[in-house]
Design a protein around this ligand. Structure first.
Ligand SMILES: Nc1ncnc2c1ncn2[C@@H]1O[C@H](COP(=O)(O)OP(=O)(O)OP(=O)(O)O)[C@@H](O)[C@H]1O
Length: 297
C-alpha cells in the first residue's frame, strides 16, 4: 500500500500542495481527480521522487519510500518521454533493462505487452511513425515493462479513441487484479467512473474527498427517485408531498417536497403507479462521479 501523509509543496510563494494525505490500496484502481492546476502531477512527481516535498511523507507498506523501491514503481509521466527515432520494441525492452530486467525477460515482457496493447504489428517501427494514440499505447507499455509493484499513470487515457481506452483499461485492470495498487489521473470522468474502485479528489492543493467510489455515491446520494411507467407520468406532479424534478413522457424524477419523509413518498408514488398500470422501473437516483466532483471542488 502507498500512503501519502500531509505532503506539502510550494513553488516560490505559491503553495501548490497543502497537507495532502491519501492511500492507494493493493489491488485497487484509484482515480486521482482534480481541476487543471489542482496539484495532481505535482503529487505524482513527489511520490516518484522526481520532485522533493517540503513537508510530509510518502510510505510504501509503512516504510519511507527509498530509491530502490521507486525503481520498482511504474510511471507514465504527463510529458511523454519516449525517443521518437527509436524502434518501439527496442526502446521498451531497453527501458525494462534500465529497471533491472535481464535482456531476455525485457524482450519477452515487451512482446507480451505490445500484444496486449494491440501494438505488436508496429513493434519494429520508429515511435514517430505511429499515430498519437498508438504512441500513447507505447507509453503505457514503457510504464509496465518491468512488472512494477505500483503504477502511477498521469492521464493514461488522454488522446485515445474509445477502442484504445478499452484496451488500456483492460491492461491496467489486469495489473490491479494481480494486486498492484494503481493511481491514475484523468479528466475523462466517465472512464474513471467505470474504472476506479477508489477516488481521490484534489482541489486547490488539498484533498477534498477520498474513499471507495461506491461509498462516496452513498455519502453524496440524494433522496431522488426515478420512475418509468408505461404511459405519461405527469400525474406524479399531483401526488401530495412530492416535488417533481424532471418529467419526460413516461419517465419522471421526483423527491420529497419540504418536510415529507422520503420512504413514505417513494412508496406512495410506487403504489399509485402500480394502481395505474405497469411500472417499467423504479430506482433511487445515484449521483455520478461528475456530480460528486462538482460538489466536492
Ligand atoms: N515547476 C514548477 N514551477 C512553478 N509552478 C509549478 C511547477 N510545477 C507546477 N507548478 C504549479 O503548480 C500548480 C499545480 O500544477 P500541477 O501540474 O500539479 O496540476 P495538475 O492538477 O496536474 O493540472 P492538470 O490537470 O492541468 O495537469 C499549478 O498552478 C502549476 O502552475
Amino acid at each position: 500500500m502507498l500512503t501519502v501523509t500531509s505532503v506539502s509543496r510550494s513553488f516560490g510563494d505559491h503553495q501548490v500542495l497543502d497537507g495532502v494525505s491519501f492511500e492507494v490500496r493493493p489491488g485497487r484502481m484509484t482515480g486521482f481527480l482534480g481541476a487543471n492546476g489542482s496539484g495532481k502531477t505535482t503529487t505524482m512527481r513527489i511520490v516518484l521522487g522526481v520532485l522533493a516535498a517540503h513537508g510530509g511523507t510518502v510510505a510504501w507498506h509503512g516504510s519511507p519510500v527509498t530509491g530502490s523501491v521507486r525503481q520498482r514503481f511504474g510511471y507514465m509521466p504527463e510529458e511523454r518521454g519516449l525517443y521518437p527515432k527509436m524502434a518501439v520494441a527496442e526502446q521498451i525492452a531497453w527501458l525494462g533493462q534500465l529497471h533491472g530486467l535481464d535482456k531476455d525477460t525485457a524482450r519477452r515482457n515487451t512482446e507480451r505487452l505490445l500484444d496486449q496493447l494491440e501494438l505488436g504489428h508496429r513493434a519494429k517501427d520508429k515511435l514517430e511513425e505511429l499515430s498519437l494514440g498508438n504512441q500513447q499505447r507505447a507509453q503505457v507499455a514503457a510504464a509496465l515493462v518491468h512488472d512494477p509493484v505500483m503504477l502511477i499513470m498521469d492521464e493514461p487515457f488522454s488522446g485515445l479513441d474509445p477502442i484504445a481506452v478499452e484496451t488500456v483499461l483492460g491492461v491496467l485492470r489486469d495489473r490491479a487484479a494481480s494486486g498492484v495498487p494503481v493511481l491514475f489521473s484523468s479528466h475523462q470522468l466517465s472512464v474513471v467512473e467505470r474504472l476506479c474502485d477508489d477516488v481521490v479528489i484534489i482541489s486547490g492543493g488539498r484533498i477534498a474527498v477520498s474513499g471507495a467510489r461506491d461509498e462516496l455515491r452513498t455519502r453524496y446520494g440524494t433522496t431522488r427517485f426515478e420512475l418509468v411507467v408505461a404511459s405519461d407520468a405527469g400525474w406524479v406532479r399531483d401526488v401530495p408531498g412530492v416535488r417533481v424534478v424532471d418529467v419526460d413522457g413516461p419517465r419522471v424524477v421526483f423527491e420529497p417536497d419540504g418536510d415529507a419523509e422520503v420512504d413514505q413518498v417513494d412508496q406512495v408514488v410506487l403504489e399509485a403507479a402500480l394502481r395505474r398500470g405497469s411500472v417499467r422501473s423504479f430506482t433511487p437516483v445515484v449521483p455520478t462521479l461528475g456530480e460528486i466532483f462538482m460538489e466536492a471542488i
